[in-house]
Design a protein around this ligand. Sequence first.
Ligand SMILES: [Zn+2]
Ligand SMILES: [Zn+2]
Length: 331
Amino acid sequence: MRLLETEIIIDAPPQTVWAVLDDIACYAEWNPALPALSGRTTVGQQVVGTLRQPNVPEREVTPTITRVVGARELRWLNQAPGGVFSAEHIFILEPTGDGGTRILHNEIFDGPLADERWPSIDTNLRKAYLDLNQALKARAEALRDRPIALHPAVGKVASGSVETFTARCKCASDPVEIEASHAVAHNHLCGCSKCWKPEGAAFAQLAVVPAGCVAVKAHAKKLEAVDATQKIERHRCKSCGTHMVGKVHDPDHHFYGLEFVHPELATDGHQPKIEFAAFVSSLVETGTPPTSMASVRNELGRARIPAYDAFSPELMDIIAWHKVKLATAAG
Ligand SMILES: [Zn+2]
Ligand SMILES: [Zn+2]
Protein backbone atom coordinates (compact mmCIF):
# COMPACT_ATOMS: atom_id res chain seq x y z
CA MET A 1 0.00 0.00 0.00
CA ARG A 2 1.15 3.51 -0.78
CA LEU A 3 -0.29 6.72 0.61
CA LEU A 4 -0.17 10.08 -1.14
CA GLU A 5 -0.88 12.84 1.36
CA THR A 6 -1.53 16.51 0.70
CA GLU A 7 -3.11 19.21 2.83
CA ILE A 8 -4.25 22.79 2.53
CA ILE A 9 -5.96 25.37 4.74
CA ILE A 10 -8.80 27.24 3.05
CA ASP A 11 -10.18 30.46 4.47
CA ALA A 12 -13.78 29.53 3.76
CA PRO A 13 -16.21 27.38 5.76
CA PRO A 14 -16.53 23.64 5.07
CA GLN A 15 -20.03 24.27 3.70
CA THR A 16 -18.60 26.42 0.90
CA VAL A 17 -15.64 24.14 0.17
CA TRP A 18 -17.98 21.17 0.12
CA ALA A 19 -20.35 22.90 -2.28
CA VAL A 20 -17.43 23.37 -4.68
CA LEU A 21 -16.17 19.79 -4.30
CA ASP A 22 -19.60 18.20 -4.54
CA ASP A 23 -20.58 20.11 -7.68
CA ILE A 24 -18.56 17.93 -10.05
CA ALA A 25 -20.40 19.29 -13.10
CA CYS A 26 -18.52 22.57 -12.53
CA TYR A 27 -15.04 21.03 -12.26
CA ALA A 28 -14.33 22.23 -15.79
CA GLU A 29 -14.40 25.79 -14.42
CA TRP A 30 -11.61 25.37 -11.88
CA ASN A 31 -10.18 21.88 -11.42
CA PRO A 32 -6.84 21.42 -13.24
CA ALA A 33 -6.43 17.74 -12.28
CA LEU A 34 -9.99 16.62 -13.01
CA PRO A 35 -11.14 19.07 -15.68
CA ALA A 36 -14.16 16.96 -16.53
CA LEU A 37 -16.12 14.77 -14.19
CA SER A 38 -19.74 13.84 -14.63
CA GLY A 39 -22.29 11.81 -12.76
CA ARG A 40 -23.83 12.07 -9.33
CA THR A 41 -21.96 12.10 -6.03
CA THR A 42 -24.04 9.40 -4.39
CA VAL A 43 -22.55 6.35 -2.73
CA GLY A 44 -22.41 3.48 -5.23
CA GLN A 45 -22.67 5.69 -8.32
CA GLN A 46 -19.96 5.64 -10.96
CA VAL A 47 -18.67 8.96 -12.20
CA VAL A 48 -16.71 9.45 -15.41
CA GLY A 49 -13.97 11.94 -16.01
CA THR A 50 -10.49 12.86 -17.13
CA LEU A 51 -7.35 12.84 -15.01
CA ARG A 52 -4.68 15.34 -16.00
CA GLN A 53 -1.17 15.45 -14.47
CA PRO A 54 2.28 16.64 -15.55
CA ASN A 55 4.43 14.32 -17.76
CA VAL A 56 1.72 11.64 -17.99
CA PRO A 57 -0.81 11.31 -20.83
CA GLU A 58 -4.31 12.43 -19.94
CA ARG A 59 -6.54 9.44 -19.25
CA GLU A 60 -10.14 8.56 -18.56
CA VAL A 61 -11.12 7.60 -15.02
CA THR A 62 -14.35 5.90 -13.98
CA PRO A 63 -14.33 5.82 -10.18
CA THR A 64 -17.17 4.69 -7.96
CA ILE A 65 -18.27 7.02 -5.17
CA THR A 66 -17.69 5.16 -1.90
CA ARG A 67 -18.32 7.71 0.84
CA VAL A 68 -20.29 10.95 1.06
CA VAL A 69 -20.48 12.70 4.41
CA GLY A 70 -21.88 16.12 3.56
CA ALA A 71 -19.43 18.96 4.30
CA ARG A 72 -16.97 16.49 5.89
CA GLU A 73 -15.78 13.72 3.57
CA LEU A 74 -15.84 12.56 -0.04
CA ARG A 75 -14.21 9.37 -1.34
CA TRP A 76 -14.15 7.51 -4.59
CA LEU A 77 -12.41 4.34 -5.72
CA ASN A 78 -10.68 3.55 -8.99
CA GLN A 79 -10.02 -0.13 -9.59
CA ALA A 80 -8.17 -1.81 -12.45
CA PRO A 81 -9.54 -5.20 -13.58
CA GLY A 82 -8.02 -8.20 -11.85
CA GLY A 83 -7.11 -6.31 -8.70
CA VAL A 84 -3.70 -5.25 -10.04
CA PHE A 85 -4.20 -1.63 -9.02
CA SER A 86 -6.62 0.40 -6.95
CA ALA A 87 -6.67 4.02 -5.94
CA GLU A 88 -8.95 5.42 -3.24
CA HIS A 89 -9.21 9.19 -3.56
CA ILE A 90 -10.06 10.96 -0.28
CA PHE A 91 -11.08 14.48 0.62
CA ILE A 92 -11.56 15.12 4.33
CA LEU A 93 -12.83 18.54 5.40
CA GLU A 94 -12.08 19.64 8.95
CA PRO A 95 -13.50 22.89 10.39
CA THR A 96 -10.51 24.89 11.65
CA GLY A 97 -12.37 26.58 14.49
CA ASP A 98 -11.92 30.07 13.04
CA GLY A 99 -14.31 29.69 10.12
CA GLY A 100 -11.91 27.97 7.75
CA THR A 101 -11.41 24.44 6.50
CA ARG A 102 -8.43 22.10 6.62
CA ILE A 103 -8.49 19.78 3.61
CA LEU A 104 -6.75 16.45 3.89
CA HIS A 105 -6.53 15.42 0.26
CA ASN A 106 -5.09 11.92 0.10
CA GLU A 107 -5.06 8.85 -2.08
CA ILE A 108 -4.38 5.26 -1.09
CA PHE A 109 -2.86 3.01 -3.77
CA ASP A 110 -2.91 -0.76 -3.59
CA GLY A 111 -2.22 -3.81 -5.73
CA PRO A 112 0.92 -5.13 -7.44
CA LEU A 113 1.17 -2.12 -9.77
CA ALA A 114 1.10 0.40 -6.94
CA ASP A 115 4.81 0.09 -6.15
CA GLU A 116 5.75 0.19 -9.81
CA ARG A 117 3.75 3.37 -10.39
CA TRP A 118 4.70 5.02 -7.13
CA PRO A 119 7.66 7.14 -8.39
CA SER A 120 5.42 8.78 -10.98
CA ILE A 121 2.53 9.14 -8.52
CA ASP A 122 4.81 10.66 -5.89
CA THR A 123 6.00 13.36 -8.28
CA ASN A 124 3.52 13.91 -11.11
CA LEU A 125 0.24 13.10 -9.40
CA ARG A 126 1.37 14.84 -6.22
CA LYS A 127 2.00 17.99 -8.28
CA ALA A 128 -1.45 17.67 -9.89
CA TYR A 129 -3.14 17.35 -6.49
CA LEU A 130 -1.20 20.27 -5.00
CA ASP A 131 -2.37 22.37 -7.95
CA LEU A 132 -5.93 21.11 -7.40
CA ASN A 133 -5.71 22.17 -3.73
CA GLN A 134 -4.62 25.68 -4.69
CA ALA A 135 -7.40 25.96 -7.27
CA LEU A 136 -9.98 24.71 -4.75
CA LYS A 137 -8.75 27.28 -2.23
CA ALA A 138 -8.96 30.11 -4.78
CA ARG A 139 -12.47 29.19 -5.86
CA ALA A 140 -13.88 28.66 -2.37
CA GLU A 141 -12.35 31.88 -1.04
CA ALA A 142 -13.68 33.89 -4.01
CA LEU A 143 -17.18 32.45 -3.47
CA ARG A 144 -17.05 33.20 0.24
CA ASP A 145 -16.85 36.93 -0.55
CA ARG A 146 -19.45 37.05 -3.31
CA PRO A 147 -22.00 39.79 -2.54
CA ILE A 148 -25.62 38.69 -2.25
CA ALA A 149 -28.65 40.94 -2.71
CA LEU A 150 -30.80 39.77 0.20
CA HIS A 151 -33.72 42.21 -0.10
CA PRO A 152 -34.04 45.97 -0.67
CA ALA A 153 -35.49 46.44 2.85
CA VAL A 154 -32.37 45.00 4.53
CA GLY A 155 -30.26 47.79 5.93
CA LYS A 156 -33.08 50.34 5.88
CA VAL A 157 -33.71 52.00 9.20
CA ALA A 158 -36.84 50.63 10.83
CA SER A 159 -39.34 53.33 11.61
CA GLY A 160 -40.76 52.08 14.87
CA SER A 161 -44.19 50.57 14.94
CA VAL A 162 -46.04 50.91 11.67
CA GLU A 163 -49.65 51.18 12.75
CA THR A 164 -51.38 51.16 9.37
CA PHE A 165 -50.16 51.22 5.85
CA THR A 166 -51.25 51.58 2.28
CA ALA A 167 -49.55 49.40 -0.32
CA ARG A 168 -49.60 49.61 -4.08
CA CYS A 169 -48.55 47.13 -6.76
CA LYS A 170 -45.86 48.06 -9.28
CA CYS A 171 -48.21 49.05 -12.12
CA ALA A 172 -47.43 52.52 -13.45
CA SER A 173 -51.12 53.14 -14.05
CA ASP A 174 -54.19 51.85 -12.23
CA PRO A 175 -52.23 50.15 -9.45
CA VAL A 176 -53.96 47.77 -7.08
CA GLU A 177 -54.08 49.44 -3.69
CA ILE A 178 -54.65 47.80 -0.34
CA GLU A 179 -54.90 49.26 3.11
CA ALA A 180 -53.91 47.39 6.26
CA SER A 181 -55.64 48.91 9.26
CA HIS A 182 -53.58 47.16 11.92
CA ALA A 183 -49.93 47.11 12.90
CA VAL A 184 -48.01 44.30 11.24
CA ALA A 185 -46.38 41.52 13.27
CA HIS A 186 -43.63 38.98 12.61
CA ASN A 187 -42.10 41.02 9.80
CA HIS A 188 -39.57 38.69 8.18
CA LEU A 189 -37.68 37.63 5.10
CA CYS A 190 -38.74 34.37 3.45
CA GLY A 191 -36.60 32.19 1.21
CA CYS A 192 -39.34 29.76 0.17
CA SER A 193 -40.30 29.22 -3.45
CA LYS A 194 -43.89 30.46 -3.06
CA CYS A 195 -43.50 33.95 -1.66
CA TRP A 196 -43.11 36.85 -4.05
CA LYS A 197 -39.61 38.30 -4.29
CA PRO A 198 -38.77 41.70 -5.77
CA GLU A 199 -36.56 41.68 -8.88
CA GLY A 200 -33.01 40.57 -8.07
CA ALA A 201 -33.67 39.80 -4.40
CA ALA A 202 -32.88 36.43 -2.83
CA PHE A 203 -35.67 36.80 -0.28
CA ALA A 204 -39.29 37.88 -0.06
CA GLN A 205 -40.45 40.09 2.79
CA LEU A 206 -43.69 39.38 4.64
CA ALA A 207 -45.54 40.26 7.80
CA VAL A 208 -48.94 39.38 9.20
CA VAL A 209 -52.00 41.36 10.28
CA PRO A 210 -55.19 39.98 11.82
CA ALA A 211 -57.62 38.67 9.19
CA GLY A 212 -60.16 41.24 8.15
CA CYS A 213 -57.73 44.13 8.53
CA VAL A 214 -56.78 44.27 4.85
CA ALA A 215 -59.11 46.14 2.52
CA VAL A 216 -58.66 46.49 -1.24
CA LYS A 217 -59.04 50.20 -1.98
CA ALA A 218 -58.43 50.35 -5.72
CA HIS A 219 -58.48 48.14 -8.82
CA ALA A 220 -59.61 45.00 -7.01
CA LYS A 221 -60.45 43.44 -10.40
CA LYS A 222 -56.76 43.16 -11.19
CA LEU A 223 -56.20 40.79 -8.24
CA GLU A 224 -56.07 37.04 -8.82
CA ALA A 225 -55.19 34.01 -6.72
CA VAL A 226 -51.75 32.69 -7.64
CA ASP A 227 -52.54 29.10 -6.68
CA ALA A 228 -55.85 28.37 -4.96
CA THR A 229 -54.60 24.93 -3.84
CA GLN A 230 -52.02 26.47 -1.50
CA LYS A 231 -52.88 26.74 2.20
CA ILE A 232 -51.82 30.36 2.07
CA GLU A 233 -53.73 31.72 -0.92
CA ARG A 234 -51.54 34.46 -2.32
CA HIS A 235 -53.21 37.17 -4.38
CA ARG A 236 -51.25 39.05 -7.00
CA CYS A 237 -51.82 41.80 -9.52
CA LYS A 238 -52.58 40.20 -12.91
CA SER A 239 -50.69 42.95 -14.72
CA CYS A 240 -47.39 43.33 -12.82
CA GLY A 241 -47.32 40.11 -10.79
CA THR A 242 -46.79 41.84 -7.43
CA HIS A 243 -48.25 39.85 -4.55
CA MET A 244 -50.53 42.04 -2.43
CA VAL A 245 -52.10 39.81 0.22
CA GLY A 246 -52.09 36.16 1.32
CA LYS A 247 -55.20 34.65 2.88
CA VAL A 248 -55.71 31.48 4.94
CA HIS A 249 -59.12 29.83 4.48
CA ASP A 250 -58.66 26.55 6.38
CA PRO A 251 -59.83 27.02 10.00
CA ASP A 252 -57.45 24.22 11.05
CA HIS A 253 -54.38 25.89 9.55
CA HIS A 254 -51.88 27.24 12.08
CA PHE A 255 -52.05 30.69 10.49
CA TYR A 256 -55.85 30.88 10.25
CA GLY A 257 -57.00 34.28 11.43
CA LEU A 258 -54.04 36.05 9.83
CA GLU A 259 -53.36 37.68 6.47
CA PHE A 260 -49.95 38.13 4.91
CA VAL A 261 -48.80 41.48 3.54
CA HIS A 262 -45.59 42.89 2.07
CA PRO A 263 -44.42 45.90 4.12
CA GLU A 264 -41.94 46.90 1.38
CA LEU A 265 -44.91 48.04 -0.74
CA ALA A 266 -45.92 50.70 1.80
CA THR A 267 -46.45 53.94 -0.05
CA ASP A 268 -45.02 56.05 2.80
CA GLY A 269 -41.79 54.04 2.77
CA HIS A 270 -41.97 53.21 6.47
CA GLN A 271 -40.37 49.90 7.33
CA PRO A 272 -40.97 47.76 10.38
CA LYS A 273 -37.93 46.01 11.85
CA ILE A 274 -37.05 42.73 10.09
CA GLU A 275 -37.25 40.18 12.90
CA PHE A 276 -35.82 37.09 11.22
CA ALA A 277 -35.19 35.27 7.95
CA ALA A 278 -37.27 32.14 7.39
CA PHE A 279 -36.63 29.13 5.15
CA VAL A 280 -33.08 30.24 4.38
CA SER A 281 -31.94 26.83 3.09
CA SER A 282 -34.89 26.83 0.65
CA LEU A 283 -32.97 29.39 -1.41
CA VAL A 284 -30.97 26.45 -2.80
CA GLU A 285 -34.18 24.94 -4.19
CA THR A 286 -34.97 28.13 -6.04
CA GLY A 287 -31.66 28.64 -7.80
CA THR A 288 -29.21 30.12 -5.29
CA PRO A 289 -26.06 27.99 -5.67
CA PRO A 290 -25.04 26.09 -2.52
CA THR A 291 -21.67 27.82 -2.80
CA SER A 292 -23.43 31.14 -2.03
CA MET A 293 -25.17 30.01 1.14
CA ALA A 294 -22.31 30.91 3.48
CA SER A 295 -22.36 34.43 1.98
CA VAL A 296 -26.13 34.62 2.49
CA ARG A 297 -25.82 33.62 6.14
CA ASN A 298 -22.86 35.97 6.70
CA GLU A 299 -24.79 38.91 5.24
CA LEU A 300 -27.83 38.10 7.39
CA GLY A 301 -25.48 37.97 10.36
CA ARG A 302 -24.00 41.37 9.52
CA ALA A 303 -27.54 42.78 9.26
CA ARG A 304 -28.30 41.18 12.65
CA ILE A 305 -31.17 39.18 11.16
CA PRO A 306 -31.41 35.72 12.77
CA ALA A 307 -31.52 33.03 10.08
CA TYR A 308 -33.76 30.01 10.37
CA ASP A 309 -34.46 27.15 8.01
CA ALA A 310 -38.15 27.06 8.88
CA PHE A 311 -39.93 29.88 10.71
CA SER A 312 -38.51 31.52 13.82
CA PRO A 313 -38.33 29.29 16.93
CA GLU A 314 -41.19 31.34 18.36
CA LEU A 315 -43.46 30.53 15.41
CA MET A 316 -42.27 26.92 15.18
CA ASP A 317 -43.27 26.40 18.82
CA ILE A 318 -46.67 27.97 18.10
CA ILE A 319 -47.12 25.67 15.07
CA ALA A 320 -46.10 22.61 17.09
CA TRP A 321 -48.54 23.54 19.86
CA HIS A 322 -51.23 24.09 17.24
CA LYS A 323 -50.71 20.50 16.02
CA VAL A 324 -51.08 19.23 19.58
CA LYS A 325 -54.29 21.25 19.98
CA LEU A 326 -55.68 19.75 16.76
CA ALA A 327 -54.72 16.22 17.79
CA THR A 328 -56.26 16.70 21.24
CA ALA A 329 -59.47 18.04 19.72
CA ALA A 330 -59.59 15.10 17.27
CA GLY A 331 -59.04 12.57 20.06
ZN1 LIG B 1 -49.87 45.74 -10.78
ZN1 LIG C 1 -42.36 32.05 1.88
